[in-house]
Write a protein that binds this ligand. Structure first.
Ligand SMILES: Nc1ncnc2c1ncn2[C@@H]1O[C@H](COP(=O)(O)OP(=O)(O)O)[C@@H](O)[C@H]1O
Ligand SMILES: [Mg+2]
Length: 237
């Protein structure tokens, strides 16, 4: 898959007519027995390369479903999800796994680290899963870049909530994930830690050229981004 290399060629990138993330009339209907929940109903949106976007919306409006689809962790019931111009529907299981490991950085509420591994081992493992053979001191450098110097040997489970989120962000930066998806990453944090995580997400965009989509309820996050997309009943307004 050549998305990442394409991403590093600015001249070519500028002539591209596609967004970083596009949803075209996307439906996601969860079925269990006779019960149906329509989580997304005809969602259309387009997020440009290097945009920093917040997704707002009441609980149950489809925000997490939208991120799962963008990450290729779930499939739409109808409609098309495109990442850097490529429809995820055309990828088989192996290609999807490669897509997730190389193109997408994910940051979730409550952290998404291996709690028994150190901060450094977490970043190194993400790099290896992304196909990097020689990790070297890339993990250490990424941790330093996000103010985690000296925390590399600490077990992830023993880090503070804000530090855990920054480790996940450092991992996305270390492998230059072009698309970073964060689902309520500051929901459990105090104001100080929320600010450090927000700054880290902003730096991902500014210094690592990532497109960053953050689902949030926080007005502080809304103030920090380029644009807010509102989801309501599975549609953007
Ligand atoms: N795996 C699932 N099975 C059944 N229903 C689901 C599942 N995931 C989400 N839903 C339902 O889909 C709707 C949207 O959920 P979600 O995307 O989690 O919204 P949000 O993140 O905005 O709170 C909700 O009604 C939720 O109950
Ligand atoms: Mg959610």
């Amino acid at each position: 898959m050549a998305l990442a290399s394409l991403w590093r060629e600015p001249e070519r990138r500028e002539s591209l007519s596609f967004g970083a993330l596009e949803f075209h009339d996307v439906f996601r209907i969860y079925r269990s027995g006779p019960a149906e929940t329509v989580a997304l109903r005809g969602l259309d949106l387009r997020i440009e390369p290097r945009e920093f976007v917040a997704v707002f919306g009441p609980s149950g409006s489809g925000k997490s479903t939208m991120l799962q689809l963008a990450a290729g962790l779930d499939e739409p019931s109808a409609g098309d999800v495109r990442v850097f111009g490529r429809s995820l529907a055309h990828l088989d299981e192996r290609e999807l796994a490669t897509f997730r490991a190389r193109q997408v950085g994910m940051v979730f509420q409550g952290g998404n680290l291996w709690p028994g591994l150190s901060a450094r081992e977490n970043v190194a493992l993400v790099l290896r899963l992304g196909g990097r053979r020689k990790v070297g001191d890339a993990a250490e450098r990424a941790l330093d870049a996000f103010d985690l110097r000296g925390r590399g040997r600490t077990r992830a489970g023993a880090l503070s909530g804000g530090e855990q989120q920054r480790v996940a962000i450092a991992a996305a930066a270390a492998r230059q994930a072009p698309l970073v998806l964060a689902d309520e990453p500051t929901a459990e944090l105090d104001e100080h830690n929320e600010r450090t995580v927000l700054e880290a997400l902003a730096r991902l965009r500014a210094e690592f050229e990532s497109t960053v989509v953050v689902v949030t309820h926080s007005s502080r996050v809304a103030d920090a981004v380029d644009r807010v997309i509102e989801l309501r009943d599975g549609r953007a307004s």
